[in-house]
Design a binder for this molecule. Sequence first.
Ligand SMILES: Nc1ncnc2c1ncn2[C@@H]1O[C@H](COP(=O)(O)OP(=O)(O)OP(=O)(O)O)[C@@H](O)[C@H]1O
Length: 304
Amino acid sequence: MADETTVAPGVARMREALKDVPHEPGAPKPDPILVADKVVRRFGGLTAVSVDHVEIPRGGITALIGPNGAGKTTFFNLLTGFDKPDEGDWTFNGKPLAGVPAHKVANQGMVRTFQLTKALSRLKVIDNMRLGGTGQRGEKFWQSLIPALWRGQEKEITERADDLLARFKLDAKREDFAGSLSGGQRKLLEMARALMVQPDMVMLDEPMAGVNPALTQSLLGHVKDLREDGMTVLFVEHDMDMVRDISDWVIVMAQGKVIAEGTPDTVMADPRVIDAYLGAHHDGTEHDPDVVAALEAEGETADE
Ligand SMILES: Nc1ncnc2c1ncn2[C@@H]1O[C@H](COP(=O)(O)OP(=O)(O)OP(=O)(O)O)[C@@H](O)[C@H]1O
C-alpha cells in the first residue's frame, strides 16, 4: 500500500495500464502508440530482424534489450526511417510509417538520439539546439516564405532551446562548442535537442553508454521526467540497473525475434532470456558478462 502512495503519477498510470497485459511476445497493449507487423530485414544471408508483432505502450518507458547482435539497433533504424525493411509494416499514432524517410518520421512526432557527429561538435550548444528545432512539426512551406512568421518562429525556437538548456542544466554551456562537452553532457544535449521537435515518442540508443557516474542520476531523472510529461520512451540499453530502475515494460530480442516481454522483474527472471544471453555466448557472439551475471542473480532470486 505504501508503495502505491510513493510512486510518481506516471509510474502508477503505467502500472494500471499494463496490469492485464500478458507477459508474452507480441502482447497487445490497451493503447499502443506504435504497432509493428512482420518486419524483416536481411543482410545477405543473415536475417538481422524478423519481428512478427510488437506493440509499444503509449506514455510509458519501454526497454528493448537482448544480447549483442540481437537486431535491436537495426530495428531502431527501421522504425525511425534510417533503414528500409525487406518486408513489414508499422503504424505510429495510427498512421502507417513504413517507408517514410527519417526527417518526416521526426515531423510525425517520433525522434531518436544519436551520437553527435563531428560537424555538430563544431557548432555551439545553442546552435545545435536551434538546428534540432528546424523543420518542426506543423511547419508549412508557405509559412517559411513569410518573413514575419519566420522571425516569430526563430524567436520561439530560441526560447524553447533556452528553456530546454536550463532544464537539462546546460545553460552555462550555451555558447560553448558541443565538441568541448563531456560524453555525459553530450548525451544530455542529444536528448534536449531531440525534444526541440516536441515529440510524442523519443527513442534513445544506449543512453548510458559513455556517461560517467556523476551524470547518471541526472540522465535517469530526465528520462523519468519525460514519462511524467506523458511522452513515450523506447530505449536500447545494456545497463540492467537502468532497465530495472526506469522501465515500465521490457521487450527482449534475440536473433532478430522478440522472445519475451513483460515487466522488468518477470523478464529478468525468465529462463528464456537468460538462455538467450548465454546462447549468444555459445554461438561465439560477444556478450556482456555483467548482464549475464545480473540476469543469473535475478533468476536465482526468483527460484528461492
Ligand atoms: N549494415 C549491415 N550490414 C551487414 N550486417 C549487418 C548490418 N547491420 C547489422 N548487421 C548485422 O545484423 C545483426 C544485428 O545487428 P544489430 O546491430 O542490430 O544488433 P544489436 O542487437 O543492436 O547489437 P548490439 O547490442 O551489439 O548493438 C548482427 O549480426 C549484425 O552483424
